[in-house]
Design a protein around this ligand. Structure first.
Ligand SMILES: Nc1ncnc2c1ncn2[C@@H]1O[C@H](COP(=O)(O)OP(=O)(O)OP(=O)(O)O)[C@@H](O)[C@H]1O
Ligand SMILES: [Mg+2]
Length: 372
């Protein structure tokens, strides 16, 4: 057996180590065999075990036999597969019968349908259908969508991918961005304004150029149809009024890579009534009168909010919450009350009083001095 003393400084191939170990100890080797070989060859234990990692079959045991399955497994490791292979999942969102086309939906759909790479930024207040519109556009066009909820913690590993431990071996796992690139899917970067500067790892992807996976030395090109949508409550410039705590000022060069920005408004009262009617149908609630009053109530609150009269707003999402609460409790005021409890006392009281004015059929406990 030739000593590899001098070779230990330069890279020793895993094949050399494997065959050398095999010659000495047979197919099945243990920690003590490896330590013995390391002493003989003046190579560190860590180096050897990392080189023969694909052959590890259990704690302190390696099977150095090269079976066709083993070759396949090694090749898979080298080709850096995702833990879940891309082809096996269907990522087309389900169609939702309650969805109503309003606002920017037609344009969003056109962009997706064009299959042109055209990163799109969708901004607007909370709960007005930004995420839902993109999801439903994909559902209607039979297009795959991968949604990534961005947080301050989101980093390259979460987006692009990294090494994961699978069955005792370290395997490259494609992140959602790579998955979307390869599949030609729509990548939805939801709540992008919560991101830190780590999001800048997406710069080349936002230019439509794909990305070089430096950890595995592989370049991934975007497939036809790949596109990026980002949603946010702000325009990536932070939130002056403090309503959207946690939002960050995004890097200017990052924002520059989105050619278009759509501003999503709340639906018109007519559209909102349609949405609530559809939701009511699914819940078995038959009360058009309640729906139209809720819509009017939401509309007045929004107008007051825009005029600076109140600090909070009632979103479409919250109106849907109220309708659901009504289907559970069977009591309008209770439904409204539990759903506006999230606001501070003053705002809650003013919202309840306003509803009382709009709907003569209900009575609200008004927090006046006589009542206290
Ligand atoms: N076009 C629509 N048709 C039917 N329902 C809608 C529509 N838009 C919004 N909604 C209702 O409002 C809810 C909130 O929508 P969505 O989650 O898309 O809001 P968002 O704008 O992404 O809010 P956020 O900024 O908080 O993420 C939906 O779950 C749905 O109930
Ligand atoms: Mg959303």
């Amino acid at each position: 057996m030739t000593s590899v003393e001098t070779n230990s400084i330069v890279a020793i191939s895993s094949d050399y180590i494997r065959t050398s170990l095999q010659t000495l100890y047979g197919n099945r080797v243990t920690t003590s065999d490896i330590r013995g070989w390391c002493d003989m060859n003046n190579v560190s234990y860590q180096t050897v075990t990392s080189k023969i990692k694909p052959y590890k079959t259990g704690k302190s045991v390696w099977n150095l036999e090269v079976t066709p399955e083993k070759i396949e497994e090694i090749e898979r490791n080298y080709q850096a597969p995702a833990v879940t292979p891309a082809v096996e999942q269907n990522l087309i969102p389900d169609k939702d019968d309650t969805f109503i086309n309003f606002g920017n939906f037609t344009d969003i759909k056109k962009i997706i349908k064009s299959r042109i790479f055209y990163p799109t930024f969708l901004t607007g207040l909370s709960g007005n259908g930004k995420t839902f519109s993109i999801e439903q556009a994909c559902a209607q066009l039979d297009r795959e969508m991968i949604r990534v909820n961005i947080t301050i913690e989101t980093d390259e590993d979460d987006l692009i991918g990294g090494f994961r431990l699978v069955d005792g071996a370290t395997v490259w796992h494609n992140g959602p961005v790579i998955e979307a690139l390869q599949r030609g899917a729509i990548l939805l970067l939801d709540e992008i304004d919560l991101a830190s500067n780590k999001i800048l790892c997406l710069q080349s992807i936002l230019e439509g150029r794909g990305v070089f996976l430096k950890k595995i030395g592989k370049f991934v090109k975007p497939s036809k149809g790949f596109n990026v949508f980002a949603t946010a409550n702000t325009k990536g410039k932070g939130s002056d009024d403090g309503r959207f705590i946690g939002t960050n000022v995004l890097n200017e060069a990052f924002l520059e890579r989105f050619p278009v920005t759509f501003e999503q408004e709340y639906p018109t009262p007519a559209n909102e009534a349609k949405i609530l009617s559809k939701v009511a149908d699914t819940l078995g609630v038959d009360d058009d009168n309640f729906i139209s009053r809720l819509v009017d109530w939401g509309d007045v609150i929004r107008k007051t909010f825009y005029d600076g009269g109140v600090d909070e707003v009632i979103s479409t999402r919250r109106l849907v919450h109220i309708l659901r609460a009504y289907s559970i409790f069977g009591d309008k005021m209770k439904a409204i009350s539990v759903c506006v409890n999230r606001f501070d006392d003053e705002t809650k009281q003013s919202f309840m009083e306003l509803y009382d004015k709009i709907d003569g059929d209900v009575e609200v406990f008004v927090d006046t001095e006589e009542n206290i």
